[in-house]
Design a protein. Structure first.
Ligand code: TTP
Ligand code: CA
Ligand code: CA
Length: 645
């Protein structure tokens, strides 16, 4: 496919309101000009934009394998209670999956190494790998994984100066390579720095033809015209494919440079820390994420623009995030379609007539268009929260102390680590949140006075005080207490200006705080992969003054608080960009809630068949709640596919 000359004006592309044309994937063939190359602020409209998603392979399993110094070729799984949460690749060869029970996994592979995830236990300041941890008394600790994850992220940050990096979950990050790659293009091809005097359209002239690219050693280049039987196993890795025909574009050059940089930092991570990773490199976040799973483990794949159509067309569209639920089903039924290709025949007008204005989002994603930005998340806005879903609810106030201590141990550890990282880090407020049954929960907060030694005892005693205030001390009362979740956390993190005033001095005049008790989640939003942490453990990210220009307005709802697990579930960052309409977000949020509810059902089922042989009652699905979203009227358009049972 030669780069054609039917360039679409950038403005049309940026608004996302471009009229549908017959030529799908039109914007893939944008002619790249000197203006594009020399501009520094095209953002998501940049035709030289390159984004990667790098995900660690079998992450928790790798963390344990490395921690224990186990031979990486040995099959290993990570267990949480009686389920598996991570399975390394050698274990996958035995057909073991995350869905399995431990017993079944051991049956498939008798030499399986099984490591139970670390847990907090009352009376211990540190999480540990105890014998027979029990969900009735212990709490999962993901601290080790979080720490290892930070080490990897730091290597990315150090190894990729100039690249914007967004931590997307505990084991993955998006990297925007656009800026460093542009610099490298100008360094390698200095003749591009000046517009030639004879260029026909001045700065708007197309760049000269790019040089041929040797993809050798850069990863698996997804084929432009794959034969139907093509699988990743017969990719083009190592073939030194020289796409020196007319189809090579400057965007391919950009991808190849990003692949070089990504490959280098991946191998540094592997050599230094031992973690193998898989990356996808493409023109935007959506495609980078898809491409990252093209070939795993320990691999990177590159999706050239020219390869996008044939890569997407055979893909079952219901695999795309947010098209997996009722909306996807409705599309499938309405158009008798199953693949992306099937839906490409549907015009934007037709889609919008049937599914509402907002279906432009679907229309675009099917064509590989995603304008969400890679946004570095500032550590400055962090607060932290430890939470435990109680399989055995608390029915007596005196039983709160056990969990307060367990949660306090986690907070003490995390606070200590945060302070090792940033010594000026100090939380202003301690928050306690409890939930009974399906209620949203109640919370109480208090100033958290500074101490040099914020240990378990210190935090637990402040937590106990909040508990007494929130839950009461009345042991005689025949209160029908049924607390199913307890969360203790820090909010309102301060960064003390050490040097300007002493630490103690700082706290003599504590900043005034709102007296209104509020949920630890109100006014917060965070990004997380809800699957990354099946144990309801929450860490909040507050949107403060650092909120980026393109973020949605702070008062807009971009997340919800799950009434079951107390977790705040947030929209993926692709959807929190202001360019994405508020309506889409509302709908996506409802979809997300359904997805999350499904996750609980799966967990309930797993519990139901627990090895202790006592089938437990499966709770009914919570009705998807729309009241937290801003939309009050009956949802129209694609929304109705998300919130009707
Ligand atoms: P994933 O990246 O989804 O999976 P993975 O890293 O184990 O394997 P892959 O090589 O296929 O990427 O999740 C990262 C970690 O998050 C995983 O190691 C364990 C945790 N996790 C859970 O605890 N529960 C879950 O349901 C999922 C999906 C992940
Ligand atoms: Ca992973
Ligand atoms: Ca992941």
């Amino acid at each position: 496919m030669a780069a054609n000359t039917s360039a679409k004006p950038l403005s049309a592309l940026s608004k996302g309101k471009a009229k549908a044309t017959d030529a799908d994937f039109d914007d893939l063939h944008l002619v790249i000009t000197y203006r594009h190359l020399h501009a520094h602020n095209l953002g998501v409209r940049d035709p030289l934009r390159v984004v990667a998603l790098c995900d660690s392979d079998a992450f928790y399993a790798a963390c344990e394998q490395i921690r224990l110094g186990i031979d990486p070729s040995r099959p290993l799984v990570v267990q949480q209670w009686d389920s598996l949460i991570a399975v390394n690749y050698p274990a996958r060869k035995f057909g073991i999956t995350r869905m399995e029970k431990i017993k079944e996994a051991r049956r498939k592979c008798p030499e399986l190494v099984v490591v139970h995830v670390a847990t907090y236990k009352e009376g211990e300041a540190e999480p540990g790998y105890w014998q027979n941890p029990d969900t009735l008394t212990h709490k999962v600790s993901l601290d080790h994984y979080r720490r290892e994850s930070m080490k990897i992220l730091r290597m990315f940050q150090e190894g990729l100066p100039g690249g914007e990096i967004e931590k997307a979950s505990i084991d993955e990050a998006f990297i925007d390579f656009t800026r460093p790659v542009r610099e490298e293009i100008l360094r390698r091809f200095p003749y591009l720095a000046e517009v030639p005097p004879d260029a026909p359209r001045g700065i708007d002239s197309p760049l000269p033809n790019p040089p041929p690219i040797s993809w050798h050693g850069l990863g698996t280049v997804i084929e432009v015209n794959p034969s139907p039987s093509d699988t990743p196993a017969v990719g083009l890795e190592g073939l030194g494919l020289d796409e020196d025909d007319a189809s090579t574009t400057w965007h391919d050059v950009a991808l190849s440079i990003a692949a070089e940089l990504m490959g280098k930092v991946r191998s540094d991570v592997y050599r230094t820390l031992g973690y193998s990773t898989s990356a996808g490199i493409a023109r935007n976040k959506f495609l980078a994420k898809l491409t990252a799973s093209y070939k795993k483990p320990n691999s990177q794949s590159i999706l050239r623009n020219a390869a996008i159509p044939n890569y997407l067309k055979p893909m079952p569209f219901q695999k795309i995030r947010f098209l997996g639920g009722k909306l996807g089903k409705a599309f499938a039924e309405e158009y008798d379609a199953s693949t992306v290709g099937d839906l490409l025949a549907i015009s934007l007008e037709e889609m919008q007539r049937k599914f509402g204005e907002n279906s432009i989002w679907v229309y675009e994603i099917l064509r590989g268009i995603d304008r969400s930005e890679v946004k570095e998340k500032s550590a400055v806005n962090k607060s932290m929260m430890a939470s435990k879903n109680l399989p055995k609810p608390i029915t007596k106030t005196v039983h709160g102390h056990h969990w307060i201590r367990v949660l306090a141990a986690e907070l003490a550890l995390r606070l200590r680590e945060a302070r090792e990282e940033i010594s000026a880090f100090w939380p202003k407020t301690l928050v306690l949140h409890v939930r009974q049954g399906y209620e949203t929960g109640r919370s109480k907060q208090a100033a958290f006075p500074f101490t040099r030694n914020p240990d378990v005892d210190y935090i637990a005693s402040a937590g106990d005080k909040l508990w007494r205030e929130l839950v009461g001390t009345d042991t005689s009362r025949k209160a029908s207490m049924n607390i199913t979740n307890v969360a203790l956390g820090f909010a309102g993190v301060e960064f003390m200006e050490i040097g300007q005033r002493s630490i103690e001095g700082f706290f003599k005049n504590p900043p005034t705080m709102s007296d209104t008790p509020r949920s630890p989640d109100s006014g917060t939003k965070r990004k997380r992969d809800p699957r990354d942490d099946p144990q309801p453990e929450t860490s909040l990210t507050r949107s403060g003054p650092h909120t980026q220009q393109h973020d949605v307005p702070p008062d807009e709802v971009t997340s919800f608080l799950c009434g079951r697990c107390g977790k705040r579930i947030a929209l993926p960052s692709e959807l929190t960009d202001a360019n994405v309409g508020a309506e889409i977000r509302t709908e996506a949020l409802v979809a997300l809630r359904m997805e999350h509810d499904d996750f609980h059902v799966a967990q309930d089922l797993a519990k139901h068949y627990s090895v202790d042989g006592s089938p437990r009652k499966i709770r009914p699905l919570e009705k998807p709640q729309t009241k937290k979203t801003r939309r009050r009227e009956t949802p129209e358009g694609i929304a109705k596919f998300f919130n009707k049972k």
